[in-house]
Design a binder for this molecule. Structure first.
Ligand code: SF4
Ligand code: SF4
Ligand code: SF4
Length: 452
């Protein structure tokens, strides 16, 4: 499958052809773009007229060159194929819901402001945490490197237990020949100097939640008393950034229908000194005033284009930063098996609630029909995992013909389940945004590697 696209860089139209199966990107001229589209894709009526008016000799020469490239495996490579099922029975990562409570009241919170739709604000005990670590080690098979993500609500509200779990996991790891990488997602409210020091020493990665500009952030991320949290959160996140050095972290924001000009939030975060930035589209039911709906997609596509132009400009003029959705590894990256299986939820990645119940991931927490077992009782079945194992790109007809398939990996099965009613049926609004970001990432990679 070949994906042909244009990108306007500083007023100049650039043309690319991307071979989906081999992952090779070619910067071509307009004539080659039109001819390749006629051979491998579909021309629109204006492009058809352009082809009709083209010099026949030129068409023959370009066609011959494209066919030669095809013969050499540079384009139009055969579809990769295998059974596609994910591996089950060897768990790699657990997301521990350290507490179902939060010190913020974000209006778009999928976790119902930390409670996960429960009336009780529950905290994980050290005993449940211990059992979760034992469960992970016992079900990790030959895997040496294991991951634990401390999640909430707000995990720093139960930091004493987090610290005890980390100490326990490290001690158990050395007994069983394993290694742990710990990560935490925090809203930054409780990032004191002491907490920052500990997190910096123990956490392999830390995700700092900030939405961007003060008005945008404070509109939706408020304290229990209804006040804006941005000034406190930003100051704390900056303190954390200062001591973090080269270790992994990123700031993660969310954009909604209220800030379709989200490129300004990304650039704001850059200007605050953060160089690892992710700002994600909110996913909410259509009737929410914050939800992104089909009518917003043209404006969102334009905003991503604007961000791509600013991104290239910024990175080439000394203000280097990463925007996660524009990161594209054209030389390496994960193997095909990994690319078609995505996040691993329900199979190699599971979440554990404060009571010790096991779910496919945090977004399925407390959801009827999705409980796999309990680290407390020891009950654990693979029936639900088998269902998730089949949920790969190769089992989704829409994904099989999508040019972004090896980079998107078939979307988020939680969103597909909650918004389409079927984990194998992609959520169209997310897909359209994904494909836009995918094209822009390819163009950025091409430009930055001086292909043009
Ligand atoms: S900080 Fe996170 S868990 Fe807390 S209310 Fe906001 S989105 Fe929900
Ligand atoms: S963008 Fe949509 S169709 Fe394409 S691979 Fe992702 S989920 Fe599948
Ligand atoms: S299913 Fe979606 S929400 Fe759950 S871990 Fe995967 S990508 Fe994240």
């Amino acid at each position: 499958m070949i994906h042909s696209f244009r990108y306007n860089h500083k007023g100049r139209d650039l043309h690319f052809i991307f071979d989906v199966e081999s992952g090779s990107l070619h910067n071509v001229d307009r004539s080659c773009y039109i001819i390749s589209k006629s051979l491998y894709g579909k021309l629109d009526s204006a492009e058809k007229s352009e082809l009709d008016g083209m010099d026949k000799q030129l068409i023959c020469e370009i066609t011959a060159e494209l066919k030669q490239l095809e013969g050499e495996g540079g384009i139009n490579c055969a579809n990769y194929c295998d059974s596609g099922d994910k591996q089950i029975g060897e768990i790699k990562a657990l997301c521990l819901h350290i507490c179902h409570d939060c010190n913020l009241r974000c209006k778009y919170c999928f976790a119902d402001e930390g409670t996960y739709h429960s009336k009780i604000r529950e905290y994980m005990s050290f005993e449940v945490g211990q059992k979760a670590i034992d469960f992970l080690i016992a079900n990790s098979g030959k895997r040496k490197s294991l991951e634990v993500d401390f999640f909430g609500g707000e995990p720093l509200m139960n930091l004493g237990v987090v610290k005890s779990i980390v100490e326990y996991a490290k001690a158990e790891a050395s007994k069983h020949g394993k290694e742990f990488n710990f990560t935490m997602t925090t809203n930054c409210v409780l990032l004191t100097d002491e907490n920052i020091k500990w997190l910096n020493e123990e956490m392999y990665n830390v995700v700092l939640s900030i939405d961007g500009r003060e008005l945008v952030h404070d509109n939706l991320r408020r304290t229990i008393n209804g006040k804006g949290s941005q000034s406190l959160v930003l100051a704390n996140a900056k303190k954390f950034r200062e001591v973090r050095g080269d270790k992994s972290y990123y700031v993660r924001g969310t954009f909604t229908a209220h800030n379709l000009d989200f490129a300004a939030d990304v650039l704001y975060l850059r200007d605050q000194g953060f160089d690892q930035i992710s700002v994600e589209p909110v996913v909410l039911p259509e009737d929410s005033p914050m939800a992104l709906r089909a009518e917003h997609l043209p404006a969102i596509a334009k905003e991503y284009e604007k961000l791509a132009a600013e991104y290239l400009e910024s990175r080439s003029h000394g203000k280097w930063f990463n925007f996660f959705h524009f990161m594209m590894d054209l030389d390496g990256g994960p193997c095909v098996k990994k690319r078609i299986t995505g996040c691993g939820a329900g199979c190699e990645y599971l979440s554990v609630t404060p009571y010790g119940d096991i779910y496919p991931c945090h977004q399925f927490s407390e959801e009827k029909g999705y409980k796999l077992g309990s680290v407390v009782t020891g009950e654990f079945g693979l029936d639900i995992s088998k269902k998730f194992a089949k949920n790969t790109v190769f089992n989704k007809p829409d994904c099989m013909v999508c040019p972004a398939k090896y980079y998107c990996s078939g979307g988020c099965c939680a969103n597909n389940t909650h918004f389409v009613g079927d984990m194998s049926n992609p959520y169209a609004i997310s897909c359209e945004m994904m494909r836009k970001r995918f094209e822009l990432s390819l163009a950025i990679a091409g430009i930055e590697r001086s292909l043009v």
